[in-house]
Every structure is written in C-alpha cells, then in structure tokens.
Design a binder for this molecule. Structure first.
Ligand SMILES: Cc1ncc(COP(=O)(O)O)c(C=O)c1O
Length: 546
C-alpha cells in the first residue's frame, strides 16, 4: 500500500483517524496476531494500523488490528458491533481461537522431571536376577545415548539440532481455545487444547520416534523392532526410521491389525514390515497362540515379540513408544510449547487432562507444568484418564512388574494389573496396556497427579460433541481426555466457578472411523473389568512387592 502513493496513504490516514475515534469506545480483544489482514502503514512512530472487513449474511463489523510498540497485536472491534454480536449470542466469535508459535520457538531442551521429583522411582530390576539392573544390561536392546537418558537426573537435556530440524516438519503444534466446545457445553470455564494430530503419523508419537531413530542411526543400527497397539506408534516409528534409512519391523496387536487395515498400509508406505501379534514368528507369539489360538493380542504380547527379535539379532535394537523415562522426557516438547502458548494467551491452567496408556502423552503435556508445581508453588492439577476396561492407575497395585507379557523386559516399579492381564478389545487400542511408566506411577503414589477411569461409550459421546463443536475428529484415546474435560467443566459450573482447563488432543481419529461407525449405530458396549478378573491376574504375579 505504501508504494501506491500519496492518495492511498491519505485514504488510509482518513480511515485510520476515523477508526481511532471508534477505539475510544471499542472493545479490545487481545490477540497474538502476526499476520494482519491488510498490509500495515506506519502513520505514527508508535502505532501501525491495519484493517479488514468481514461481511456475513447478518454480520457487518470492522476488525481493526493495532500493533503497539510492545509487539502485541490487539484486535479492536467497534463497541457498536460487539454489542450487535453479543445480542446475537455470537460475541464468542471475536475470541482468538488458535495460539501458534514460530519455528524458532521450538524448545531447545527436553525437561527431565526426575530432577524435581521429591521421591525418585525405584531402580529397574534384572528380569532374571531381580537385582538392580546396570546400564550395560540394557545395551542389547537400546543405543547407549538412550540408556543414559533413561537413568539421567539432569533437569534439561539438549535436543540435537538434527532432531529439532525434523521436528519442524510439524512442530510447533497449535494450541486452540475450544470456543466451540465451551459454547456447546454452555460452560463458564475456559478450555484449551494442544493438538498433536498435525504430525505426519497423526499423533504425539513421532516426538519420541524421531530422537529414538536418530540415536540408533548414530550408533550404526540397521534395524529396529517394535510393537504397536492402535497403530499410531508403529506409524510414527516407520516414518522416523525411513528418515534415517533404518529398517523397521512392527508387531501390531491383532485386534487392531484386523480393525485398522489402513494403519498397516501407512506403515508399509513408509517402508516398514508389519505382523499381526501374536504371530508364529517368535517363541513368545507361539507360546501365546498355543494357549489361545484366537488371542486378540495385547501390547504386552507384542512387546515380548519385538524384544525377542531385538535380543536375538545383533544388528537389531528395540524401541518402545511409551512407559520408559526417556520416552516421557522426549514428549515434554508438548508441554514446553504449551507453556509458551498459555503465556501468549495470558492464561495458566488450573487443570491439565490427558489420556493414559503407558503415560507418554500425559507426561508430555503435564510434566513441564508440574515443574511449576514442584518447584514454583503453582497449584495445577494433572489428571490422567484411563479406560474402565484397563484401570491400572485406579484399580491396579503398585509393585514391580514386567513391561511385557512373557517377562523379558526389566522389572519396573509401576501401577499394574499384572503382565498377564489382557484387556477387552476396546477401540482405544493405545490404552490397552497393563502397566504404567515408573515416573508416572511414583507421581501418582505421591499424590502429585490424579487418575480417573471412564467407560468407552461416555468417551465416544464426548468425542462426538467435540467433533461437532470444534471440527476435529479425535482419536478414541483422546476421547478419554475430552470426556474428563467435560466432567470437570460441568463440575466447575455446578460449583459456580470458572476453571482454565488444558487437555492434550494427542491424535486424530481418521483411521478409527470404524469405531465411530459402531458408536453411531449404537453398537458400542462398555467393558467394566470385574474385581475377580483383576484379583486373578494379580494372583499370578511372582514379581517383587514394594
Ligand atoms: C493417539 C494415542 N493416544 C494415546 C496413546 C497412549 O499412549 P501414551 O500413554 O504413551 O500416550 C496412544 C498409544 O498408542 C495413542 O496412539
């Protein structure tokens, strides 16, 4: 505009001065707008005015964006128009929906909560000797750098430049103010969500797949074996491995393999080999199939198969998509970005909610804020949401247990339903895991975090409310968080208070539409595990009691 000469400049001057008068009676809606709708023109040294017009069928209002020297953009809506929208019950449209960060704001370090925990988790034990395991014993399974991260108590661990660079394919991820959901619920509370479904694999899982593949590649590893439940982790690792030229072999829980064929094709597209688990390719798989030829599989069984492949092949390592300390630490990139975004929104969460399988996306969003609780006196609540069909946090026991079904992994101090527990085939495949990571288990034991279990029909109902209000169709795992967010918002309304709630929308549900189809047809059933089933599974444990 500036180049179009004096006439345009004068026109904009007149427009701007008339708008300045409106500012006097304007409603100022703070935003972080960095891309104003029209090119700016600097009339005064301190102020830069931009304006845009929005015409709808029945809405006509001016949006004037003012950049004040402190670099904050403010969207100014003439008071008259604000009142008009308010009368139409549309004033929520003026709130900013998306809070974004620049690529340069991708965090440079992961946060390691071990440094701030009042009680550190007990050490992992060797599966054979049941004595504390040393780093060397893990070397057949993991590259040394990841083993170091697993036992590290350093508060900040630098993210390698190569990893940060690959993160920038989809990071920073957006944070949304859930304006539509708030309106649908009619709640006084403010709801925000961090959306991890924008990653190539569609979930938070590449946040750890990329660094895991990177550290393996640096040590010259040629192949990685892994398990996957819903297919999200397998997709993420397939994507990461092909970036580093590593072969990837995935054992996919049979019930998901059959129910989600497109996840398998996605992995194949990224060059991975995928087997339904239990398979007859491993001793672990064969032993399960002998007992139950129709076994639907479980994450625990698939882990046994992948670990066996890694342990019996020199050129192959194993990679886990959750539970372990280093995995949880890689995921803190979510919460570290979210902290910056909440700051930009001028807000801070009272409650943080995330679904819980082994603990990685929950840790990812919650741990950086828990740092404020552990070291800065903030009173933030972090709630992990698990399915009622697999309630290790709310109904399990805290003791040493194996990470897999067959008993090949180190013994980890965890909340567990017993490594033989095979959860019912609910649609949130990523939450069908018998145990929880050591760090999250210790935090729960110490009352620093909370947990709740919710039925799958309530979760799908919540997911549909969300999809209709916000547009995004969530992964069935993420629906668990949404169900709890709705409960919390309703509870706050009943108490007459407004809460700021942040949740992790850890993935989209584009490959989970068969489960939505079942819900919409009224065919989805709840699986509430009986106390007898839990007792029977726990009775089989001969692992050390804590
Ligand atoms: C979309 C999604 N959310 C959540 C989970 C649960 O895992 P975690 O607790 O490690 O985040 C999974 C696991 O596969 C998943 O795919």
């Amino acid at each position: 505009m500036r180049s179009n000469g004096l006439q345009n400049k004068r026109m904009l001057y007149n427009l701007s001065t008339s708008l300045i008068k409106k500012v006097y009676t304007a409603f100022v809606v703070p935003t972080e707008r960095e891309d104003p709708v029209a090119v700016g023109f600097d009339m005064y040294p301190q102020l830069l005015f931009c304006c845009g017009l929005i015409f709808g069928d029945f809405i006509k209002c001016y949006f004037l964006t003012v950049k004040i020297l402190n670099n904050r953009w403010e969207r100014i809506v003439p008071f008259r128009d604000y009142r008009y929208l308010e009368r139409q019950n549309l004033h929520y449209m003026l709130q900013q929906r998306k809070i974004t960060l620049a690529e340069s704001e991708i965090p440079t370090h992961w946060y390691n909560i071990m440094a701030d925990m009042p009680n550190k988790p007990l050490p992992p034990l060797h599966p054979g000797t049941q004595q504390p395991i040393d780093a060397e014993a893990l070397a057949p399974l993991f590259p040394m750098e990841l083993i170091k991260q697993e036992v590290s108590t350093e508060k900040w661990v630098e993210i390698p430049d190569e990893v940060r660079n690959l993160y920038s394919i989809w990071r920073p991820t957006p944070m949304f103010r859930a304006i539509g959901l708030e309106k649908a619920l009619g709640t006084q509370s403010k709801i925000y969500y961090k959306y991890e479904g924008v990653s190539p694999a569609g979930s938070h899982k590449p946040n750890t797949a990329i660094p895991q593949a990177y550290y393996n590649a640096k040590e010259g590893i040629k192949k990685i074996a892994t398990e996957t439940g819903a297919g999200q982790w397998g997709s993420a690792l397939s994507f990461a491995c092909q970036l580093f030229g590593i072969e990837c072999e995935v054992f996919m829980v049979k019930v998901s393999y059959e129910g989600k064929p497109y996840r398998k094709i996605m992995m194949n597209t990224w060059g991975a080999t995928v087997h339904a688990s239990p398979s007859n390719l491993t001793n672990a798989g064969r032993s399960i199939l002998e007992k139950d030829p129709n076994s639907p599989g479980s994450l625990g069984i698939a882990i046994s198969e992948a670990v066996e492949i890694a342990a019996t092949h020199d050129d192959t390592k194993y990679s886990l998509g959750s539970v372990l300390n280093h995995v949880l630490m890689h995921q803190t990139i979510i919460g570290l970005e979210a902290q910056k975004q909440m700051e930009k929104a001028g807000d801070y969460p009272d409650i943080i909610v995330a679904p819980f399988g082994g603990g990685s996306n929950f840790a990812g969003i919650a741990f950086p804020f828990l740092q404020d609780k552990l070291t800065g006196g903030k009173n933030v609540r972090a709630i992990a949401v698990e399915p009622t069909s697999c309630p290790k946090l709310t109904r399990g026991v805290f003791r040493y247990d194996f990470g897999d079904t067959v008993g090949m992994t180190p013994l980890i101090p965890m909340y567990t339903l017993g490594h033989n527990f095979i959860p019912s085939p609910i649609h949130a495949g990523g939450l069908r895991y018998h145990g929880a990571g050591a760090i999250v288990s210790q935090l729960l034991k110490d009352g620093i975090i909370e947990a709740v279990a919710i039925n799958q029909t309530e979760c799908f109902e919540a997911g549909i409310v969300f999809a209709r209000a916000e547009g995004i169709i969530p992964a069935p795992e993420a629906n668990h968080a949404i169900a709890e967010v709705i409960r919390q918002a309703k509870q706050a309304d009943a108490e007459g208070v407004s809460k700021t709630i942040l949740f992790n929308l850890c993935g989209h549900g584009h490959f989970d539409l068969a489960s939505y189809e079942q819900y919409l047809a009224g065919n989805l059933v709840d699986f509430e595990v009986s106390q007898e089933e839990i007792n029977n599974s726990l009775a089989e444990l001969n692992t050390p009691v804590i």
